[in-house]
Design a protein around this ligand. Sequence first.
Ligand code: PBG
Length: 334
Amino acid sequence: MIAERPPYLADRPRRLRATSAIRDAVAETDVLPRHLVAPFFVTTASPGPIPGMPGVERYSPEGILRQLDGALQAGVRAALLFGVVPDDVKDLTGTAAADEQGPVARALRLARREFGDDLVLITDVCLCGYTDHGHCGVPAGGERFAIDNDATLPLLARMATAHAEAGADLVAPSDMMDGRVGHLRQRLDAGGHQNVGILSYAIKYASAFYGPFREAAGSSPGHGDRSSYQMDPRNSREALREALLDVEQGADALMVKPALAYLDVMAAVRAATHLPLVAYNVSGEYAMVKHAAAAGALDEPRAVREALLCMRRAGADLIISYHAVEAAARGWLA
Ligand code: PBG
């Protein structure tokens, strides 16, 4: 006699979770070394560890080569470079950002010579690490900390051109000025750099999760905050507007930043465009995991793997993460 089966047990999703082999067979998402981009701080000031970001250091342009080699060995073939310069070269308009002897340009030339086309070299394009006031653009006359959008564009273009000339594959503007993707595209093309791509930080929120980065890059605004140019965390329709504008202006790939608290935005942008999408697992997200793991509050490899997988599930093709090399080298991915 067969016991009657209650109707609510007709469908049993647990069948597909019974063994690790079954779970792997039906997994919808994965994260592999090829999905990761490793960020690096390159400096002509002082190299060394960054206290707020355990495991992350600033390296000289020569010192970065070993790190890039380590990334390649782990299967991570893309790097994002940030420049850190001494305070005494910073000025009102971030002149040093376009210096061909600056840390990023030097690292690019060395890395290109050392690794050829094995590495995808991406550079952050923004003035905040090079201005004495720490804002991402130049101040408008009068009110010093109103940022002048249109006056900033040519300075970003000079910086992007310097990176293109030094060997960047992609430049990644993170300043959040209006029209910068179109402007950069036009200026890069005019300089003969038609083949250098633009990875736009299209959707970049004014976020507290950038805290450790600003310590690392020495780029905190001296006065005020970045809310007059970075996006308001309360908004998501605005993210689609930003995404579509950058598509129109010629972006090759779009970024959503930060990642973890903004995965709804990632999914919405995924549905709205066909470009490759990049999640930025930012410094504060990294620091939270590292500090919690150091306190014994969570299992780091599992937490990192879960966070990265969830970014992929939300629609990210690529993930920029300070965990990248360690996670790939130690087999934390899936
Ligand atoms: C520069 C820039 C920032 C980050 C990337 N590019 C800082 C900021 O906008 O304040 C943040 C990266 C991170 O937190 O890991 N504008």
